[in-house]
Design a protein around this ligand. Structure first.
Ligand SMILES: Nc1ncnc2c1ncn2[C@@H]1O[C@H](COP(=O)(O)OP(=O)(O)O)[C@@H](O)[C@H]1O
Ligand SMILES: [Mg+2]
Length: 353
């Protein structure tokens, strides 16, 4: 492990912590081969995640924010060890996670909750089955009495009560919110230290989203869970996560304490996300948003991504204006060079941000 690199990443996520990270992804990359019919020539790959680093701490939430296709789920799946990274390291309590043999043990500590509560539960099994299985697999319950006691306790922890009424229900008898609560209870059954929540509310009714987010926050505090909260809604990151990391087209473009990232975004993509997100605290006296949404460019292809920062083909790249002159995160020298070249080519359309 390269200590130098870790220092850079901690700086990006805000420092001065007393606790150490439970789980870290260091310089993660994931390329997916593309199915193609040509027999000759280079194989195309999707550059889904490009050099992303993050750290999760007990009792704290990190929001991973970005629009659809930016690579958020791929990062979560790498951290859950459902995908093998193309490059990069996962550190669990500072130790590299390499061998496949201790996967069961890893899963006990690192659990994932998926976006879609309708496909994450097995239609032919009842709630009790879903919860007792991880209890057995991870050796937390040895008798049926223990099992039943813990299943009921889990349901109560996710506020599905009276718990006795839920144990025999099948997924089709539950609402979306109730299913997601069962999925969270199933993750908790393993007694994890890390919970990776991949857009846990985006497929739920707007009216129940806040309850679900509050549940996750309560569990994070009560169980000192290290929480990765994936969302495309940057406004919710401010309320639910101590830190925020913004992803764009597979790259992390900005990270730090949520309040700072949202109140004083440096990268133009973060500014774009914020201006597009409804947040009552940012409304002006006339009730209108205080920021305007700059014109958008095209999202780059992930098969042949532009070199350097994937935002640079946009005329709103921070290097055109003065908004990001001191941006520290992922601003590599090569990126600056490329953007300057681009600016020289296309200065007539450049705008300040
Ligand atoms: N298994 C896969 N095979 C090929 N491409 C994939 C696979 N999973 C994701 N991708 C691609 O990787 C990119 C990032 O996807 P994803 O991580 O799901 O983004 P997000 O969760 O931010 O919407 C997308 O272009 C997506 O099509
Ligand atoms: Mg996703």
């Amino acid at each position: 492990m390269n200590d130098e690199n870790r220092e850079v990443d901690f700086a990006a996520l805000g420092n001065g912590r007393v606790t150490s990270a439970v789980l870290e992804g260091v310089h993660l990359r994931k390329y997916f081969p593309v199915r193609q019919f040509k027999l000759v020539g280079p194989r195309n790959v999707v550059h889904a995640v490009e050099d992303t680093s993050l750290a999760l701490y007990p009792g704290r939430a990190l929001a991973l924010v970005g629009e659809s296709g930016s690579g958020k789920t791929t990062v979560a799946r790498i951290l859950a060890r459902l995908h093998e990274p193309t490059a990069g390291t996962i550190l669990f309590h500072g130790e590299p996670e390499k061998s496949r043999s201790d996967l069961k043990d890893y899963r006990r500590h690192v659990q994932i909750v998926f976006q879609d509560p309708f496909s994450s539960l097995n239609a032919v099994h009842d709630v009790r089955y879903h919860l007792k299985r991880p209890l057995r697999i991870h050796g937390h319950a040895h008798t049926s009495a223990q099992e039943m006691e813990q299943v009921l306790a889990l349901l109560n922890r996710v506020s599905l009560s009276p718990a006795e009424q839920f144990i025999q229900k099948y997924p089709h008898q539950l609402s979306g919110g109730q299913r997601q609560r069962v999925a969270i209870a199933r993750a908790l059954a393993a007694r994890p230290e890390v919970l990776l929540a991949d857009e846990p509310v985006s497929m739920l009714d707007v009216s129940i989203r806040l309850d679900m987010l509050n549940l996750l926050l309560r569990l994070k505090d009560e169980e000192q869970l290290a929480l990765l909260f994936i969302t495309h809604d940057i406004a919710s990151a401010r309320y639910f996560a101590e830190e925020t990391l913004v992803m764009y087209a597979g790259q992390t473009v900005e990270g730090g304490p949520s309040e700072e990232v949202i109140q004083r975004p440096r990268h133009p993509y973060t500014q774009l996300l914020i201006s597009a997100a409804p947040d009552p605290l940012r409304l002006g006296p006339d009730g209108k948003s205080t920021t305007t949404l700059p014109a958008r460019g095209e999202i780059p292809s992930l098969i042949n991504p532009p070199s350097g920062c994937r935002f640079h083909p946009w005329t709103h790249c921070f290097l055109y204006g003065n908004g990001g002159a001191d941006l520290a995160v992922n601003a590599q020298d090569s990126t600056r060079e490329k953007a300057r070249e681009q600016k020289a080519d296309d200065s007539s359309t450049a705008q300040d941000i």
